[in-house]
Design a protein around this ligand. Structure first.
Ligand code: SF4
Length: 360
């Protein structure tokens, strides 16, 4: 089978704008694919498209004080904190990281799924098991399923500390700031398998910018960039679903029903971006008994601290700074000695650059 890439590049060249066309992707998986295959360089050369890497890494946007709370919980007696492995080295505001807390004796365990944490709670009734429920719309249904099962099974020793994010509000916030507003977005295909493409139709019209829902292969990303540029050239700020094999207009109704049962929207703090209205998910009142926030006396939670002063992650997350332009990239800051979350998480833009591009 012949590759569609030469034809896509030809079509992109036909639309090449005079000034740089700035397209932001908001998915760490897409960032990796872009850098691994040099798609940013191809798009710049052939179509004058400048790719910006937005807040698409769920670990990178977690506020520092969330980790302070997780570490404070892990120090409570008879408590086991369970987490995705990505989170283990992310700096908190003032308590170090989960890795250091575990080395100091706290019970912290990495799991591949919230169902693993649920299983640990069932097998260890004398322990309070706390699951760090993080992520975007993609992972929220799995957290929701574990919550529903915990309730059905009457597991009183299973709790959840949520830090869940919704993508449309952050796209609104980015467009509201004149220094960050891109000309178009590539929307994350896996998020849209849950939400559907329909919400992005309305969002594109609201933001007056094209949005292309895109997969993860080089061909899919180039196709998304092509449709974003085509819609711009046509003067049509709408959404194009360039990933129809996985994304349907109404997404996954069963997953969304689970989310609607277990969560409610809330104002959410994004690391580097501040509090964005109705941009997160908190436990629904019917599931309040599973909220680990209630297990922490206020006095045991350190005051929120600013992000690490040396690390300009907020500029990285808003597409204002490319990782290689950070003065600490590859010198003081590496995956072994990370100064900020975007170098810790495999989905972070800094670690993606470090993996795929030559070090300084
Ligand atoms: S390279 Fe390190 S210090 Fe610089 S923005 Fe990325 S995480 Fe922060």
């Amino acid at each position: 089978m012949t590759s569609p890439i030469p034809q896509l590049l030809s079509r992109l060249r036909d639309l090449r704008p005079a000034r740089p066309f700035r397209v932001m992707e908001v998915c760490g998986g897409q960032t990796h694919s872009i850098l691994r295959h040099g798609l940013d360089l191809l798009l710049e050369e052939h179509a004058n498209i400048q790719l910006l890497h937005g807040p698409g890494c769920p670990v990178c946007v977690i506020p520092a004080d969330y980790l302070d709370r997780a570490i404070a919980l892990s120090r409570q007696p008879d408590t086991l904190v369970c987490t995705f492995g990505d989170l283990i080295r992310v700096p908190s505001g003032s308590s170090g990281d989960l890795y250091a807390a575990r080395a100091a004796g706290a019970r912290i365990r990495t799991c591949l799924s919230p169902l693993d944490a649920l299983d640990l709670a069932e097998k260890n009734p004398s322990l309070r098991v706390i699951w760090l429920a993080i992520g975007f719309e993609t992972t929220a249904p799995a957290h929701a399923l574990a919550l529903r099962l915990a309730r059905e099974r009457g597991l009183a020793n299973y709790s959840v500390l949520p830090s869940l994010f919704l993508l449309p509000p952050v796209l609104r916030a980015i467009c509201a700031a004149p220094d960050t507003a891109p000309d178009a977005f590539l929307a994350a295909g896996h998020v849209c398998t849950v939400t559907g493409s329909a919400p992005y139709d309305a969002l594109a019209a609201e933001l007056r910018r094209p949005i292309a829902i895109t997969g993860f292969t080089p061909e899919e990303i180039l196709l998304g960039a092509y449709h974003a540029l085509r819609l711009h050239a046509d003067g049509t700020p709408s959404c194009f679903n360039a990933y129809p094999s996985a994304v349907h207009p109404d997404g996954n109704p069963a997953a969304r029903a689970l989310m609607d049962e277990t969560f409610v929207t809330c104002d959410q703090t994004w690391r580097g971006l501040g509090i964005l209205p109705r941009s997160g998910l908190a436990l629904a009142p019917a599931y309040a008994a599973f909220d680990a926030n209630a297990l922490l006396p206020d006095a045991s939670v350190p005051a929120p601290a600013p992000d690490a002063p040396a690390c300009p992650a907020s500029r990285i997350l808003r597409g204002l700074l490319s990782p290689p332009d950070c003065p600490f990239y590859g010198t003081r800051c590496t995956p072994d000695t990370p100064l900020g979350a975007p170098m810790v998480s495999p989905e972070g833009a800094c670690s993606a650059f470090y993996l795929h591009r030559p070090r300084p």
